[in-house]
Write a protein that binds this ligand. Structure first.
Ligand code: NAI
Length: 344
C-alpha cells in the first residue's frame, strides 16, 4: 500500500519510517501542502496522510477520489481543515484523537511563564550583557484565576498544571464533565473572573471567534489570553484592538487564524505580507510560536504509531470507530451498528 504524505518535515520521518516498514506501507514524502493542484501526487496511492494546514476542500475530495484514494489519515487531532461533509460516501477520514495532551498543555504553560516573567526579553538582554531589570516585572501565578475553555484531554492537563501553581481554575465546556473535578461556570462568568484565559476547545461553527470584541469587553483589564488550540477561535482584529487599548495585558498564540500559508515554513528572508501577524509579533506583550505545542519526541512517536495503525487497520478491513471522523453521525457510538461499524 502506498501513502502520499503531504507537508513532510524532517522530524516526521524517523517515526513514520519505523512503523511503516512493519505495516508494509510505502510512504512517498512530499514537502508541499495538499491542494487541488498537488492532489495528483497521490496517483497510485490508496491513502493521503496530511497535517493541520493541508486543506481538503470538496474539489480536493473529488480529485482524490478520481485518483483512487480511499482514505485520509490526519496525523493530528483537529480536523477543521477537512470538509468532512464532502468526504462522506467518498473518502474515509481518520485522525489521531490523542497523542500527548501533556505536550500541548505544557507548551501553554511554558508560554504563560515566558510572557509573564518576560523570559524572552531577559534572554535577549543578558546575551547583550544588559543586566537591567527595568520593565521585566511579572505577577505571581499563585492565587490568580485561570479560565480553561474546553476541558477535554488537553484542557484537563492544563488545569491540573495550573492547580500545581496554586491557581484557582474555572472551566467552561459545552459538555461539562463532573469527573474532572473542575469548577464549571458560564462562559460569561469565566470571562469576567479570569486573570488568564486558555483555549482548549476544537474549532467549530460554534466556537469560531469565541474570543471576539464582546468577549474581550467582558474580560478583566490586563487579562492574558493563551491559544494553543486553533487560530480562528480568536478574532485577530479584536485581539489587536484589545491589546492596543491595554484591555488585554498579553497574548500567547501557538496558532493563528491565517497560519496556513506561513506556519512551518522559513520566511526569514522575506517581507511577510500578513500585516496583522506582523503587528502581533511586533508587540512586546505577545508571543507567537508556529503551531509547535505538539512537538515533543513522545508526541511525534505516538502520532506516527497511531497514524500508521489507522492506515493498516483500514486496509485490513478492521473498523476503527474511535479514530474515524464521520460527518453523518459526529462519532456517536450507536450510529454504525447497522453498517457493521463502517461510516459508509
Ligand atoms: P478533546 O476532544 O479531548 O477536548 C475538547 C473539549 O472541547 C471537549 O471537552 C469538548 O466537549 C469541548 N468543546 C466542544 N465544543 C465546545 C464548545 N462549543 N464550547 C466549549 N467547549 C467545547 O480535544 P483535546 O485533545 O483536548 O484538544 C483540544 C484542541 O487542541 C483540539 O481541538 C485542537 O484544535 C488543539 N490541538 C492543538 C495542538 C497544537 O499543536 N497546538 C495539538 C493538538 C490539539
Amino acid at each position: 500500500m502506498k501513502v502520499a504524505f503531504y507537508d513532510a518535515k524532517p522530524y516526521d520521518r524517523p517515526g513514520f519510517d519505523r512503523y511503516a516498514a512493519d505495516a508494509g506501507l510505502e510512504i512517498k514524502y512530499y514537502d508541499t501542502h495538499l491542494t487541488e493542484d498537488t492532489a495528483s501526487l497521490a496517483a497510485g496511492c490508496g491513502c493521503v496522510c496530511i497535517f493541520v494546514n493541508d486543506i481538503v476542500s470538496a474539489e480536493v475530495v473529488d480529485r482524490l477520489q478520481e485518483l483512487g484514494v480511499q482514505m485520509i489519515a490526519l496525523r493530528c487531532a483537529g480536523f477543521n481543515n477537512v470538509d468532512t461533509r464532502a468526504c462522506y460516501g467518498k473518502l474515509h477520514v481518520f485522525r489521531v484523537p490523542a497523542y500527548s495532551p501533556y505536550a500541548v498543555a505544557e507548551h501553554a504553560m511554558a508560554m504563560l511563564l515566558t510572557i509573564n516573567r518576560r523570559i524572552h526579553k531577559a534572554y535577549n538582554r543578558t546575551r547583550e550583557f544588559n543586566f537591567s531589570l527595568v520593565g521585566l516585572a511579572g505577577f505571581d501565578l499563585h492565587g490568580k484565576t485561570v479560565g480553561v475553555i474546553g476541558t477535554g484531554k488537553i484542557g484537563r492537563v492544563f488545569g491540573s498544571i495550573c492547580k500545581g501553581f496554586g491557581m484557582r481554575v474555572l472551566a467552561f465546556d459545552k459538555f461539562p464533565d463532573p469527573a474532572t473535578g473542575m469548577e464549571y461556570v458560564s462562559l460569561d462568568d469565566l470571562f469576567c473572573a479570569s486573570d488568564v484565559i486558555s483555549l482548549h476547545c476544537p474549532l467549530t461553527d460554534e466556537t469560531h471567534h469565541i474570543i471576539d470584541k464582546a468577549a474581550i469587553d467582558r474580560m478583566k483589564k490586563g487579562v492574558t489570553i493563551l491559544n494553543t488550540s486553533r487560530g480562528a477561535l480568536i478574532d485577530t482584529e479584536a485581539l489587536i484592538a484589545g491589546i492596543k487599548e491595554k484591555k488585554v495585558g498579553a497574548a500567547c498564540l501557538d496558532v493563528y487564524e491565517e497560519e496556513a500559508d506561513l506556519f512551518y515554513e522559513d520566511f526569514s528572508g522575506h517581507i511577510v505580507q500578513d500585516d496583522k501577524l506582523v503587528r502581533l509579533i511586533a508587540m512586546p506583550n505577545v508571543i507567537v510560536t508556529s503551531h509547535q505545542a505538539f512537538l515533543t519526541n513522545e508526541a511525534l512517536d505516538s502520532i506516527a504509531y497511531a497514524t500508521v495503525t489507522n492506515i493498516r487497520k483500514f486496509f485490513a478491513g478492521i473498523p476503527s470507530p474511535e479514530t474515524e471522523v464521520c460527518y453523518r453521525c459526529g462519532n456517536q457510538p450507536d450510529c454504525r451498528e447497522d453498517r457493521n461499524k463502517k461510516c459508509f
